[in-house]
Design a protein around this ligand. Structure first.
Ligand code: IVH
Length: 670
């Protein structure tokens, strides 16, 4: 056969392949047996191997078998699918519980619902009038993909519920996973069972999904129409009654001591279970307490994932590099000989800070044990000193910033009366190159301006090209120049332009977060934005240096105030805000408009019975009320608990301000 004949034969096979493929995937109507189809694929691939000039975009060699499709319809979750905070040890658990008690009240009693954390893919199932109407992947937690057809192929997912107690509308959430024993059969296609479940679930063709035995275990609900259960454990029982599978290891435990005991016991048994479990989830069992606790921006306050300990491996430290972070922190990072830990190749490990290096006496050339837990950055656990070279020298931590050469400092903490373990570059602001780049990366990040066309790598590149120095430069980029850069074209530049334009409209709290003030995370940014309400007020407050006015706001303390002061001592930082305000469209803080407490102001004094100050405050704000931090003529109500401050009470009486008890306030709200 000559070249032309071979090409012709090849093209005919491709034509058949397209035809069969379309019929199979799009029309759900296979024209030939699977084995014949596989043979055809093999023939095409063999021809391509033999004659390198054969190429076709539709060839099976171009379609990665399990590549997730980009064509699923998007679906916005009625309520976001949050993630969970992690705990790695008892101290983390104690802190978790402490926050709960601080938020509720020290005397509140509660139990934990304990559930294995299956390492699969979470999915959401919406039932209306007892029928499964759609199934959605988690996606980014806000928007997922409509994968109803694929989810319907899972035998553990009921399509219809017959129980009379089933709500008219409910979103049931749980984990889709594949058993380890089933995964062994697919090992050549996927790296681990989680990837196998994810790949299978996102097949374009439900018939393909059906071929791999996926499982579903239900564990929580999203939107729900009316419900008559009080406890998570009660809900789990209901799930069973309605026909869902729940985990047989779920249980109720009363306190941290028992949680830790059970965790230890379960961790030892985890490998005997035929699916991957990466920890235990502890949830406050009482749903009314869950509702009171609510969520932070990405995780519920009432639940935590207690992870199992990580995999570890030994390797050698090749070098120690010092990274400079956004807040000037100097972080030593060990460059290690690449080593595989639990399926991931690790070549960097954090050494945390100067003190940690000293404490563990970590040196370049040392043999070390490295641990990797979940998504956490790998870190060095111990040094094998028996293998240390006699000539090795202690590591000397630099006294000057490796990026800008400025002096570095360890701050003194007045509360702990100790020097900070972290050394920081004193050249904050945009004077230090590394800090500047990190600030820009923060400025574009998801919770900040969320400029997705401008990733971290691009920021670095643009910095090196001197396109960017300050945040405002982002809005003044020379697109013609960018288009000429390697890897850029008309389309990518237009995408970049669009996402930058889109980002100009930004809420006040995101803006406050985006400027990257130390100790002002997204939650604190929200608190400040609720207080100042709009950008002119914020600028005025900065110009007049009145940060002390935040002092009485729950969540803002001396640390935050000092950090704000320090940040704005640098005149350049205020200038940046003013310039950005001229470019951006910074939205006023939206107030929930028509709550019962609209246009009413409140202040609390004394110990409130049963709830924390933070919760009381959020109760007022949820109903459109405002809380003030001092008694003045703008105050409408002073809410008093036990032992109110006498001065405040007297002042309020003098000004004719109404005095309420907590119960009076609750009555106002029904
Ligand atoms: S509750 C709002 N319960 O863990 C609470 N999640 O990091 C979040 N997961 O995306 C869900 N087992 O995929 C919950 N018993 C369980 C769980 C569980 C596994 C996964 C889930 C979620 C992730 C959170």
């Amino acid at each position: 056969m000559d070249k032309e004949e071979i090409k012709k034969k090849y093209n005919l096979k491709i034509k058949d392949y397209i035809n069969y493929n379309q019929s199979y995937y799009n029309k759900n109507n296979p024209l030939i047996a699977d084995s014949e189809f596989d043979n055809l694929k093999k023939e095409i691939l063999n021809l391509e191997k033999k004659y390198s000039y054969l190429k076709n975009v539709n060839s099976p060699s171009n379609s990665v078998g399990y590549k997730p499709s980009k064509t699923f319809e998007k679906h916005t979750h009625k309520l976001p699918m949050l993630s969970l905070a992690n705990a790695f040890d008892e101290v983390d658990l104690i802190n978790f519980e402490k926050k709960i008690y601080n938020y509720l009240n020290k005397s509140t009693n509660f139990e934990y619902s304990v559930e294995p954390k299956i390492d699969g893919i979470s999915a959401s199932l919406t039932y209306k009038n007892k029928k499964l109407v759609y199934g959605v992947s988690r996606g980014d937690g806000i928007v997922g993909e409509l994968i109803t057809g694929n989810l319907k192929t899972i035998k553990d997912i009921p399509l219809q519920i017959n129980d009379t107690s089933f709500p008219d509308e409910i979103e049931i959430r749980g984990e889709v996973f594949i058993k380890k024993s089933e995964f062994l059969k697919l090992e050549d296609k996927f790296a681990n069972p989680r990837n196998a479940a994810s790949g299978t679930l996102r097949q374009k063709d439900p018939n393909q999904t059906k071929k791999i035995p996926l499982n579903f275990i239900a564990y929580t609900f999203g939107y729900i129409d009316n419900y008559n259960f009080k406890y998570q454990s009660e809900f789990l029982k209901k799930l069973n009654k309605w026909g869902f599978k729940t985990n047989k290891y779920n249980k109720i435990l009363p306190n941290i001591e028992e949680l830790v005991k059970f965790h230890k016991h379960f961790e030892e048994r985890r490998y005997d279970i035929d699916y991957d479990i990466d920890g235990l989830v502890y949830k406050v069992n009482d749903i009314s307490l869950q509702n009171r606790l609510g969520n932070t921006s990405n995780a519920p306050r009432w639940a935590v994932a207690h992870k199992f300990s990580a995999d570890s491996a030994t390797t050698k430290i090749l070098n120690i590099e010092i990274q400079v972070g956004r807040t000037g922190a100097l972080t030593p990072v060990a460059k290690v000989e690449p080593v595989n830990i639990g399926g991931v190749v690790v070549s960097n490990a954090t050494l945390h800070n100067e003190d940690e290096i000293k404490r563990k006496d970590i040196r370049i050339g040392d043999n070390v044990k490295i641990e990797r837990a979940g998504d956490v950055i790998p870190h060095v656990i111990e040094v094998d000193k028996s293998k240390r070279d006699k000539k090795s020298k202690s590591f000397i931590f630099p006294e000057k910033c490796p990026s800008c050469g400025s002096k570095t400092l360890k701050e003194y903490n007045k509360t702990t009366k100790k020097y900070d373990a972290v050394r920081r570059c004193t050249n904050d602001g945009y004077g230090c190159e590394k800090i500047g780049v990190e600030k820009l990366k923060h400025f574009i990040s998801k919770d900040a301006l969320n400029i997705d066309g401008l990733g971290k790598k691009v920021v670095e590149n643009f910095w090196h090209l001197k396109f960017l120095r300050k945040p405002q430069d982002i809005f003044n980029l020379d697109y013609a120049k960018i288009e000429k850069l390697d890897g850029w074209g008309k389309l990518s530049v237009s995408n970049l332009k669009n996402s930058i334009e889109k980002s100009k409209k930004v809420s006040l709290h995101r803006f406050i977060f985006s400027i990257g003030i130390r100790h002002i995370g997204i939650e604190n940014a929200k608190i400040i934005s609720q207080y100042v309400k709009n950008i002119p007020n914020l600028i005025k407050l900065i110009e007049q240096k009145q940060f002390y006015r935040f002092l009485n706001i729950d969540g803002i303390g001396e640390t935050q105030i000092n950090s704000l002061k320090k940040y704005f001592d640098n005149q350049q930082n205020l200038r940046i805000i003013i310039e950005l305000n001229n470019i951006l469209n910074i939205k006023d803080q939206i107030l929930i408009k028509n709550g019962k407490l609209k246009n009413k102001t409140f202040m609390f004094t004394g110990k409130l019975n049963g709830i924390s100050r933070a919760e009381a405050k959020s109760m007022v704000e949820k109903n459109s009320g405002t809380t003030l931090s001092s008694v003045n003529k703008n105050l409408n109500f002073l809410v008093i608990g036990d032992k109110p401050t006498k001065r405040k009470l007297d002042q309020a009486k003098l000004l004719g301000i109404k005095i309420l008890s907590l119960n009076d306030l609750k009555k106002l709200l029904n």
